[in-house]
Structures are given as structure tokens and as C-alpha cells.
Design a binder for this molecule. Sequence first.
Ligand code: ADP
Ligand code: DP6
Ligand code: CO
Length: 330
Amino acid sequence: MKTEPLTWAQAHTNIALVKYWGKANLELIIPQNSSLSLTLDHFYTQTGVQFDEYLSADQFWLDDQSIPVSSKVKRCLDVVRELAGINQFAKVVSYNHVPNSAGLASSASAFAALATAASRAAGLHLDGKQLSRIARRGSGSSTRSIFGGFVEWHGGNSDATSYAEPIQDPVTMDIKMITVILNRSQKSISSSNGMQRSVTTSPYYPIWRDQAANDLINIKQAIYSNEFTNVGEIAETNAMRMHSLTLSADPSFTYFNADSLTVMNVVHHLRQNGIECYFTMDAGPNVKILCQSKNEQRIQDELANHFKPQDIVVCNPGPGVKVIRDPRLK
Ligand code: ADP
Ligand code: DP6
Ligand code: CO
């Protein structure tokens, strides 16, 4: 039998404005609360998949290096194999255009690209909702990277009810996210481990869940009525509440470093001087700043006093996942 070439997909990262920080079901990755994000244009993953009857095990290459197949990748492939009714092993080739495991959401773009490429390679033609459910089995945040623009992940309480939905795509709000890359190296506590420790040991966890539910209602209202100020204020407050769950965990931990605090101080200083901007941060020290076009240059100039130009990346709203041609072919 002739072997088919790899099927490729490209998915972009997303940054949550109302965060997911805890699982209600570890196996299915059902979250404790619904979340909402913005997909970004600048950071993405390209992944190719080929199911092959002659393979005796799954294989995985990341950025041209052969590495062991992680349990998350295997789980995603298993879900696709079961849906398609096939039992062939797969060759997976992936390229990250985003630092891996640094709090810049590589797991979001990675598993959205994998779910899409793998299901297509297996002959399935699934809609966005179905793809988001498969991506979710690899990494929670990747549920949202199936879609572009503002995206909600309905937390749900089962595999069928936990999926993403686009809220605004294309984005009509004037909104940019300036990413300040402070450290590209891998975090010491993965998102999965960090959130689980917060769920099981932070006394504030139940309060977080209630607050996040409110934040979600309010941010959607702000998006629909084009109120950038409200979006920014909700996102910043929500992010700091999430990070308070790491400080209040036992043992306590944090994703902040000294430079993260510097960026936050820059944002406070700019705001005091009438330049509207807000910060958010994920499971890693890198800070993202929300702003509008009119203030982008002024914020970049201020950041340039502290950080190198190549570490300041202005992102716009990005697209949903798409099937692409093999990126290795020039
Ligand atoms: P991040 O902040 O980058 O999302 P996470 O702690 O969520 O970091 O972990 C990233 C996970 O995603 C790791 O398990 C890593 O092996 C996996 N990952 C990163 N890039 C890829 C990829 N292109 N394909 C498959 N898995 C990936
Ligand atoms: C802080 O989706 O990376 O970025 O589901 O265990 O893979 P796993 O975790 P992951 O966690 C993301 C946490 C966050 C907030 C968010 O993206 O909503
Ligand atoms: Co992640």
C-alpha cells in the first residue's frame, strides 16, 4: 500500500483574559471554570501527522529532534484513532514558533495543531467544536486555540459539554497584546502541576472559582459593547487572582521573577501618566500588556528603557487553526 504524505496543520497560541487554573477531571481535562482568551497572530505551531501501518510505535520529532512521545501526545493520537476506527501508529513532526514551556502557551498551539493534523490524517473531517474537544485532551488551553480572535472555553461537566466557541472573530475591538519575553527557558513547575497544587491546597480556591465565573460574564459584556477599559481591568484583576493561588498553595510557589515586577511597575507608571494599558501573566515569568493602537509606540518606548527590542513582541488578534502544506517544502 502506498504511504500517504504527512498532513499538516498550523495553530496559533492564545492568552487567557479570564484564566483556566484547575481541573475538575484530570483524565478528560474538564476545567474547574470556563475561560476566555485572545488568539495571537505572532506565535504558532506547525504539526504534521502520518498514520502508517508499517510503524511499530508512535514517533515524535520536535524542531528536527527525535524525542520520546509524551503521554499527552499519545492520548490525543489515541482519541483520534478511536474516533476513526484505526489502529496504526503515527509519525508526528512539529515545529514551534513559540518558546516551549515558558508560559507563552506552547501547549495551546501544539495540541490544537496536533488534533487538527491527526484527525485529517486519519480521514476525519471534524468541525471546530469537535476539534476543540480532541485538543482539550492534550492541554486545556489548546481547546481555545482551534478558533481565532476572542474565544470562550465552556468548561462543561463531560467530554461532550467541554468545548470552545468563538466569541468575536474577526476581532472588531482595537486591541493589541505586547509580549515581553523575559525568559525563554522551561518553567520548573508545569502548568498541570501548578494548577493541581492550587486546587488541592489553596484555601482561596473556591473563591477564585466564583470570581472567575463573574469575570467571564463581565468580560463578555465588555467585548460585545467594545469597552476596552473594562476588558483590560477584568483581565489584569483576574490574572492577579490566579497568581494569588500559587502564593497561597502549600508548598507555595510563584511564576513571577524580578523582571515580571519591573514590567508591572512600567504598566502602573504608564497608567498614572494617562497611557492606558493592562498586564496579564501566565504560568511563566513573561508578561503580556494589553493596549490600543494609539498607545502602542509609547509603551514600546518605555519598555525599551528596560528590555531589548527583540524581546518586545507586539501581537495582534490571530486566526484559528488551518490545514497547511508541508512547511519544509520551500
Ligand atoms: P506552556 O506555557 O508553553 O504552554 P506547559 O507547562 O503548558 O507550557 O507545557 C507545555 C507542554 O506542551 C509540554 O508537555 C511540552 O512537551 C508540550 N509541547 C510543547 N510544544 C509541543 C509540540 N509542538 N507538540 C507537542 N507537544 C508540545
Ligand atoms: C495560566 O493549558 O497549559 O495559561 O491543561 O495542564 O496542559 P494543561 O495546562 P495549560 O494551562 C494554562 C494555564 C494558563 C491559563 C489559561 O491559558 O487559561
Ligand atoms: Co500550557
